[in-house]
Design a protein around this ligand. Structure first.
Ligand code: HEM
Length: 901
């Protein structure tokens, strides 16, 4: 009986959801919430009978296109029998009005209609009595909701011979409700590789297209990787494990010997070249960092090599590796020493988040901590399934050189975004440095690897090349580099991190810093780094007192910056990329000062507090402010309000706590976010900083002149002038235009040419095994491209020249060219990858500032939340600028003066 009731309900729900599609979009939302609430009523027979009555009634209302007032409101907490809440007359009206309106359902034969004619004037006692039995309607319904979702993505991984049963079960997937505790989530949050067999289209709570997903967000957790279609897990016997362990160890030793030779032969970069400046971005801040990162990288490499060996021996396919079919735990085998160590966490949660990000999640204490792998939305695409960069889908030929793609597709044109200020760009970069940092391989002593000849005219010969080299070919007729006879751009691959699940598998790149939004760019990601930045007095961070102005402390490293002569400043913060851009230094300075401002206030109010207490409290507030600015001001501009709503990203209001934390959500940065989507920001950069004094423009700075040379910061008025520029000058549109400051002159360090960031982005995507753009389109629910024209009619010819197939387009390139999602500054694909990331960072972070005391051991009081939610970038600027120029500040530092919001 219960299963009958359930079946009837699900059936009617399915129809009702189909009919909702015909309503105006604005009216759908409440009804859909009714659906969700009714679907939950499944505990007792009585509940099920009530909900059946409701769904039947809703179905009739929808069919009559007349929704009663009661259903235009949100459902009450307790759902009472329909007759207790609606007048009988209303019920009767709906029933009678539904007389002849069911033609599309092809419900009841004419004969039956005749028989029932009499009954129709009277409301049946039990609504279920006259259930229509849709016939063609079902087909119509399936057609409307046929699965365009990424579930087809990995069809090739399933057995090729589908049995009849399979076909039937596949068809039944195409319905519009999620059952068995699965949830309707945006596409991007339910990658196809997780549970191929359960993929079904549905509507999310806010009415956008989604997919039923068992995992919701935690799809990257190891335990969620079963089942994978009809693939079988591959097992290894102990002898094989011993053998591959020995071989991979031998190979690593071979690599180390070669490294020593390369180092001795001088195949390294030296300060003064653009490539060395690029390397400065990855330079590790301390010796401990260097040895720890390289040790982890070598262990991860050992696993990757063992996987390759095993794959070749067993004749495994790439897909078996991509889908993680090698799930045997290696801990107790000789390969176990290569696995990641688990952080030691105290029994009881501590009040403040740890500097290294560990122990945030009790069940998975390494989640979100520094030096761990990026998560992935989709499995990687490597030529060998493990680490070799992907090739074209067209006959497996090599993909075109990233520089050819860059010089063909990426232009230096300028399309100004008249609504948003350069602060969007600058805060975006600052924020990205709080969330992700990949590190390039280097020699054991920290020296930079060179992959090109010293004069850049050729790639180094195979024997002279480091195994992590992936130099970029510069084509012969390059419109810019040709004049300098440059044929090779240095590129070194990112270090790997040991797999968290201690299994064989594909290579995973390391995020050096903590993944959380936790101020790691300000405070560092290791206790050692934080120690270097603290004064250990009154909770303050160290400063460089520059004639009364508190600046970031000067870096003790001799070659942290370019031309470090006497009096030329080069700064130190929690992030090694600080000096990359002078405007980035400015933001670091603002946050440093904010910390110290708060520490001073807290010390005044709590004179009994120790240095440690003041430091931790001030840090907690700064992190909260950073989170508020991110979610309240920055993110709505980047992804738009619709995505904020769809991904439920808005902050709670007033004194409210949030109860959103979900311990099954992995907070880690995804590889797709770090290596492509969030690099949208590169297109927003303006190569010229216009610096205005009190009355006129003082200077125009070409940004390469300030890269790793931030000495202008020492000029008395400069910081305020730059802040004024950042909050009034516009960003560039996100499109295929990148300023030549980034594509020709980046890090030129006094040389006539620099390196090309667009080429680096494309090559980094390939280095990190990102799948082609089309796969991510599908992941976010867009149709796959069949022709280049569909992406960009103007650029289609050029795209055809550099890509053999539409399925080859790199994610970063495709994402930039995509039409903007409404209200967003990026297209749907980037939008959803970014939204998913910030969803993880909010809902997967126990210490997120607005979490309730039940979740967050260091929760704020309700009144504190009220104040914290007022934080804004403008407020920070007002409180921490030099006060030499800025007298006023627009309410939003991200919007051009005069723009609403
Ligand atoms: C003048 C401004 C900027 C410069 C010079 C710059 C430069 C760079 C460089 C050299 C890299 C490393 C490239 C590689 O080898 O893979 C990088 C990575 C990145 N950039 Fe930018 N960038 C700028 C602005 C931005 C902005 C505005 C954003 C975002 C809004 C952004 C987001 C990122 C991200 C997410 C990465 C990857 C970080 C990682 O995981 O390692 N950048 N950028």
């Amino acid at each position: 009986m219960a299963s009958d009731l359930n079946e009837q309900f699900q059936y009617n729900l399915m129809l009702a959801k189909a009919l909702v599609q015909l309503m105006p979009a604005t009216d759908r939302q409440h009804i859909r919430i009714w659906f969700d609430v009714l679907a939950e009523l499944d505990q007792t027979q009585q509940e099920m009978a009530i909900r059946n009555e409701y769904i039947w009634f809703i179905l009739l209302m929808l069919q009559n296109n007349r929704i009663e007032e009661y259903f235009k409101e949100l459902p009450p907490r307790k759902i009472l029998p329909l007759r207790d809440v609606l007048e009988q007359k209303i019920i009767d009206d709906v029933l009678i009005a539904s007389d002849n309106n069911m033609s599309w359902l092809d419900t009841v034969s004419d004969e039956e209609k005749e028989k029932n004619l009499e009954k129709k004037k009277v409301a049946p006692e039990n609504f279920l009595n006259s259930q229509p039995l849709p016939k063609e309607g079902v087909i119509c319904y399936f057609g409307a909701f046929s699965d365009q979702s990424p579930s087809n993505f990995f069809q090739g991984t399933q057995n090729n011979t589908l049995l009849e049963d399979d076909l039937i079960s596949n068809a039944s997937k195409h319905s519009d409700f999620c059952i068995d505790k699965s949830h309707c989530v945006p596409f991007v949050q339910c990658p196809a590789h997780v549970r191929i067999e359960t993929k079904k289209m549905c509507k999310t709570a806010v009415g956008s297209d989604g997919v039923c997903c068992f995992t919701g967000q935690n799809h990257t957790t190891p335990e969620d990787r079963h089942p994978r279609g009809r693939q079988h897990l591959v097992r290894m016997n102990p002898q094989t494990i011993n053998l591959i362990a020995r071989h991979s160890q031998d190979k690593i030793n071979e690599y180390k010997v070669k490294e020593t030779v390369l180092l001795a032969d001088g195949h390294l970069l030296f300060p003064g070249s653009p490539s060395y400046d690029h390397f400065r971005n990855f330079k590790l801040l301390t010796k401990t960092d260097l040895s720890e990162v390289l040790d982890l990288a070598s262990r991860a490499m050992e696993i990757a090599l063992a996987t390759r060996d095993f794959k070749n021996r067993q004749g495994l396919t790439n897909q078996q590796i991509e889908l993680g079919m090698l799930q045997q735990d290696l801990s107790a085998t000789p390969l176990g020493i290569a696995c990641a160590a688990k952080p030691h966490c105290p029994l009881y949660p501590v009040k403040y988040r740890r500097i290294d990000g560990a122990c945030n999640n009790a069940a998975n204490p390494a989640w979100g901590s520094g030096m761990t792998p990026y998560a992935r939305l989709l499995p990687p695409s490597y030529e060998d399934g493990i680490w070799l960069p992907r090739v074209s889908e067209h006959e497996g030929q090599a993909l075109a050189s990233p520089r050819l793609i860059s010089s063909t597709i990426i232009s230096d044109g300028s399309a100004v975004n008249h609504e948003h200020t350069l602060m969007v760009m600058q805060f975006g970069q600052f924020l990205s440095h709080d969330i992700t940092q990949s590190i390039e391989f280097s020699f054991a002593n920290g020296s930079a690897i060179s992959c090109c000849s010293d004069d850049g005219r050729a790639k180094l010969h195979h024997e002279e090349r480091h195994y992590a080299c992936m130099a970029i070919d510069i084509p012969h007729k390059d419109p810019f580099y040709n004049q300098f006879n440059q044929k090779c751009m240095n590129f070194v691959r990112s270090v790997l991190a040991p797999r968290q699940d201690c299994t064989l598998g594909y290579a995973q790149q390391m995020n050096k810093i903590t993944h959380f939004i936790d101020g790691s760019a300000i405070y560092g990601s290791t206790p050692e780094q934080t120690g270097r930045l603290r004064s250990f007095e009154k909770g303050l961070l160290r400063v460089f007192n520059d004639f009364g102005r508190h600046m970031l402390p000067l870096s003790p490293e001799p070659d942290e910056c370019l031309n470090r002569k006497q009096n030329l400043a080069c700064y130190m913060s929690g992030d090694s990329r600080t000096n990359q851009m002078i405007s980035l230094v400015t933001l670091h300075t603002i946050f440093l000062r904010e910390h110290n401002r708060l520490a001073n206030e807290l010390s005044k109010l709590n004179s009994h507090w120790t240095d440690e207490e003041v430091f931790l409290e001030a840090r907690q507030i700064v992190v909260a402010e950073l989170q508020v600015i991110t979610y309240k001001e920055f993110l709505p501009i980047v992804i738009g309000n619709a995505a904020m709503e769809q991904f439920d990203l808005s902050l709670s209001s007033g004194t409210e706590y949030s109860h959103d934390y979900d311990e099954s959500i992995e907070p880690s940065a995804t590889n797709e976010f770090a290596a492509a989507a969030f690099r949208f920001g590169h297109s927003t950069v303006d190569g010229l900083l216009k610096i205005y004094g009190k009355k006129r423009m003082d200077e125009m700075i070409f940004i390469p002149e300030t890269m790793f040379q931030p000495s202008r910061m020492r000029k008395f008025f400069f910081m305020d002038e730059l802040l004024s520029t950042l909050t009034t000058e516009p960003i560039q549109q996100v499109d295929h235009n990148l300023d030549e400051a980034l594509t020709r002159y980046m890090f030129r360090a006094g040389n006539p040419f620099g390196i090309d960031l667009a080429s680096l982005n494309i090559q980094r995507g390939r280095d990190h095994g990102l799948r082609p753009y089309n796969d991510y389109r599908e992941l976010v629910g867009l149709p796959r491209l069949k022709h280049f024209e569909e992406l960009s009619p103007e650029l289609s010819e050029k795209l055809r020249k550099v890509y053999a197939s539409v399925n080859d387009i790199d994610l970063w390139v495709g994402g930039l060219l995509e039409e903007k999602a409404p209200g967003s500054i990026v297209g749907y694909t980037f939008r959803d990858i970014i939204a998913d990331q910030f969803y993880r960072l909010k809902k997967g972070d126990k210490y997120f500032f607005e979490n309730s005391p039940r979740i967050n051991p260091g929760s704020f009081a309700p009144e504190q939340l009220l104040e914290l939610r007022k934080a804004s970038m403008s407020r920070l600027i007002c409180d921490n600028s030099d006060g030499t120029l800025l007298g006023r500040q627009a309410p939003s530092a991200f919007k051009k003066p005069g723009v609403e919001g």
